[in-house]
Design a binder for this molecule. Structure first.
Ligand SMILES: Nc1ncnc2c1ncn2[C@@H]1O[C@H](COP(=O)(O)OP(=O)(O)O)[C@@H](O)[C@H]1O
Ligand SMILES: [Mg+2]
Length: 185
């Protein structure tokens, strides 16, 4: 069982989107058993589990075993909550957008980690040929956590999968998710 948590003190970074997209990928494509633990009261990922209704996708229950447990944290998580999540995770993923305020929050989040070597940055909503994308090396240098090689571009598929599930995913989105799933597994 591999536990992966998604943290960033900033809301809107893509924590819930990454959790739902990976969960969908693993249950549909790889036939894995996946549990989602949503730390946000009534957060998007727990409603997603209900909405999708897939036999291999569940809310996390203590004592049950799964291939993957994905922990979706809330933007305003306290330092104590983050520490607790980090303790129970094999890998901590910090999704972030390439915008100044987002980078500052990711730096703040990364600085709270006790074992940054077990964490990775996930660039989200990237768009090629933007200044931010060209400057990403400088941005990544600022955050004391190594980046994943894969990243998620901005796609309506990712926003739509919360409602439409698997059918929302285009071939390009699937290719990105496959790379991400492979890298974090
Ligand atoms: N790669 C992406 N492409 C398009 N929309 C995205 C992407 N990532 C996130 N979004 C959208 O951005 C918003 C915030 O994302 P969300 O995953 O809820 O962030 P968080 O859980 O970190 O607060 C949502 O409306 C989501 O649909
Ligand atoms: Mg969220």
């Amino acid at each position: 069982m591999r536990v992966i948590s998604f943290v960033n003190k900033k809301g809107g970074a893509g924590k819930s989107t990454s959790v739902c997209a990976l969960a969908l990928y693993w249950v549909e494509r790889a036939r894995k058993r996946v549990a989602v633990q949503d730390m946000e009261l009534d957060g998007g990922s727990s409603s997603f589990v209900e909405h999708i209704g897939h036999p291999n996708l569940a809310h996390y229950e203590d004592g049950d075993t799964y291939d993957y447990v994905l922990i979706d944290t809330q933007g305003g998580a306290s330092d104590a909550e983050l520490a607790e999540v980090e303790r129970s995770s094999d890998l901590v993923v910090i999704p972030l957008l390439l915008a100044p305020l987002d980078v500052a929050k990711a730096v703040e989040t990364a600085a709270k980690l006790h074992r940054p070597e077990r964490a990775r940055l996930l660039l989200n909503q990237t768009r090629a040929n933007t200044t931010a994308w060209r400057d990403r090396a400088r941005v990544l240098d600022a955050v004391p956590v190594a980046p994943l090689e894969s990243h998620l571009t901005r796609r309506t598929a990712y926003a739509n999968l919360l409602v439409d599930g698997w059918s929302a995913l285009s071939r390009e989105a699937l290719t990105e998710l496959e790379a991400l799933a492979w890298e974090v597994s």
